[in-house]
Design a protein around this ligand. Structure first.
Ligand SMILES: Nc1ncnc2c1ncn2[C@@H]1O[C@H](COP(=O)(O)OP(=O)(O)OP(=O)(O)O)[C@@H](O)[C@H]1O
Length: 249
């Protein structure tokens, strides 16, 4: 299997001298195409920094990031902007939809920004993949929180990115709606829908073991280091591993 994203000895230090903070220390990690990975660790362990570097939003101090085999360190600012626009999808806790546009217009936005004329069939397919085909003409204020986040996922997937990065995607949703959304994300990956070549690859940061257990694999950070991983996680196994990390720290 190809790697959608590969991190090679990734380090990131903020500031310099006495005030330097090392947020990531030589993290090497692969996110294979067609997999769903959760990134966990205590507050300040480097999760957001890892996501920012992996997505090309922040530059590592040393080490390399490869997205679909492309080494980001070899790209100009313009090339990086294009890569982020076309090859990477983002979903955040806040849905960040345009309230005056319909669901389908929101989903079409990344294609418009790329100067392409959105194909209505492509937009409708993205909405159908997240279970929202019946809501294409609704505006965000007419949709529930869970439905709005589904629109945000459809928007992130409409360019068929190599990878979808999700930062606490269920942070603003109630428990039942969170589970629906996570089941949908897992199902996208398991069905091989939504991403480059049809395959979705998801990397999700979360604090919640129940949320993380929807992934195929959980990787754990502590103090900027990769300290372990768990395949086919259960909430109890994830919680136990986190407790072990907190005790060791
Ligand atoms: N822009 C910055 N300037 C200086 N230090 C930073 C910056 N961003 C992050 N850090 C530091 O880097 C370390 C890792 O931060 P990061 O936000 O990646 O952790 P996190 O695991 O995402 O935390 P949380 O779970 O609280 O969001 C922390 O010590 C943080 O204070």
């Amino acid at each position: 299997m190809n790697d959608a994203v590969r991190l090679e000895a990734l380090s990131r230090t903020y500031g310099a001298g006495d005030r330097a903070v090392t947020a990531l220390r030589e993290v090497s990690l692969s996110f294979p195409t067609g997999t769903f990975t959760a990134v966990m660790g205590p507050s300040g362990s480097g999760k957001s920094t890892l996501l920012q570097c992996a997505a090309g939003l922040d530059a590592p101090t040393s080490g390399r990031v490869l997205i679909d085999g492309t080494d980001l360190s070899g790209l100009s600012e313009d090339q990086l902007t294009l890569l982020r626009r076309d090859r990477v999808g983002f979903v955040f806790q806040a849905f960040n939809l345009m309230p005056s546009l319909t669901a389908e217009q929101n989903v079409a936005l990344p294609l418009r920004l790329a100067g392409r004329r959105p194909d209505p069939a492509v937009v409708r397919r993205a909405l159908a993949e997240v279970g929202l085909d019946g809501r294409a003409r609704h505006r965000p204020p007419e949709l529930s929180g869970g439905q709005q986040q589904r629109v945000a996922v459809a928007r992130a997937l409409v360019t068929r990115p190599a990878v979808l990065f999700a930062d606490e995607p269920t942070g603003a949703l109630d428990t039942a709606t969170s589970h629906d959304l996570l089941r949908m994300l897992r199902s996208l990956v398991d069905r091989g829908a939504g991403g480059a070549g049809g395959l979705a690859t998801i990397v999700m940061v979360t604090h919640d073991p129940v949320v993380a257990a929807y992934a195929h694999r959980v990787v754990f950070l502590a103090d900027g280091r990769l300290v372990g991983e768990l395949s086919d996680p259960t909430p109890a196994a994830v919680a136990a591993r986190l407790t072990g990390i907190a005790v060791a720290a």
